[in-house]
Design a protein. Structure first.
Length: 285
């Protein structure tokens, strides 16, 4: 069983190219006339026979990726959708026609506009894909310009002391596809970058990222495939940079309380809070 390349979503096509660039051995590829890259499935050869050509449903595609399509069962306490949207045509009908400026704005490199933005950016959100197929989203922040622009196609993100989970790193080892949002305080727009990543320990590069004499031990290299500016309506609606519009934080759980409850920890809350305080005060770099 194969997958018709031209019928895949853009992000699925990008994943195909990413996997082929990595030269992963566990993929099955079926070639079609006049298409350089056609089909890819993460599955054992027993399930996928070489040179077989067939369409697969969205459910089958999800299953082949290792994340079965498993909707909530009737009678469960989970919300049951009443009018699911299942096709691109339905989405397009709801959204309306493309705006030419929005379809044409995507570039494949870091140009002077994106460069200026990234050099002023102190906070990013990184999205990566785990082995299970679930998306992980991780915040990273430092002084403006902490993400280094090595050339117009390459970014470098230093790793700082954190929770030692390493979610993004472990995900990249499984699937190098990555997405980044660059946020600059007081600006309502953001810059979005998509590409493929690798983990490096190049001493000369790491040395340029030292803070307070502390050199990071790992850096994420990102090869840029897409970059573009995203309009500011989300920030405007949220009032992100307008303190007078912010809601109250009274009654929100502390980080220590969340750790205790979610982790079912028997430690005293005060002891957990002490560890959190020490981590924030003494383990920034």
């Amino acid at each position: 069983m194969g997958i018709i390349y031209t019928q895949l979503r853009l992000e699925e096509q990008m994943m195909i190219h990413t996997e082929l660039e990595r030269g992963i051995k566990k993929v099955m590829i079926t070639c079609f006339p006049n298409i350089s890259t056609t089909a890819i499935c993460r599955q054992a050869p027993a399930r996928l026979q070489p040179n077989a050509i067939a369409q697969v449903s969205a459910a089958s595609w999800n299953g082949l990726l290792g994340e079965p399509n498993n909707p909530p069962q009737k009678g469960s306490n989970m919300y049951q959708s009443k009018s699911p949207v299942t096709s691109a045509s339905e989405v397009r009908a709801s959204l309306g026609p493309d705006f030419p400026s929005q379809t044409a704005k995507i570039i494949d490199h870091i140009d002077p506009h994106c460069k200026a933005w990234i050099e002023r950016c102190p906070f990013i959100v990184v999205s990566s894909i785990g082995a299970s197929g679930l998306i992980d989203t991780s915040p990273k922040g430092d002084a403006p310009g902490f993400v280094k622009i090595l050339d117009k196609h390459t970014l470098a993100i230093p790793d700082r002391l954190g929770n030692n989970r390493g979610d993004t790193f472990f995900n990249v080892l499984e699937n190098p596809s990555i997405g980044i949002i660059f946020i600059v305080p007081k600006r309502k727009e953001v810059v979005r970058v998509s590409g493929v990543a690798e983990i490096v320990q190049d001493p000369d590069l790491l040395a340029t990222m030292a803070v307070n004499g502390k050199v990071p031990t790992l850096t994420l290299i990102v090869r840029v495939k897409e970059a573009f500016f995203h309009c500011g309506k989300s920030m405007m609606r949220s009032g992100m940079w307008e303190p007078e519009k912010w809601g109250s934080i009274d009654g929100l759980p502390s980080y220590a309380q969340a750790l205790k409850d979610h982790g079912k920890m028997s430690d005293d809350l005060a002891d957990i809070q002490s560890v959190v305080d020490n981590n924030e005060n003494n383990r920034m770099y």
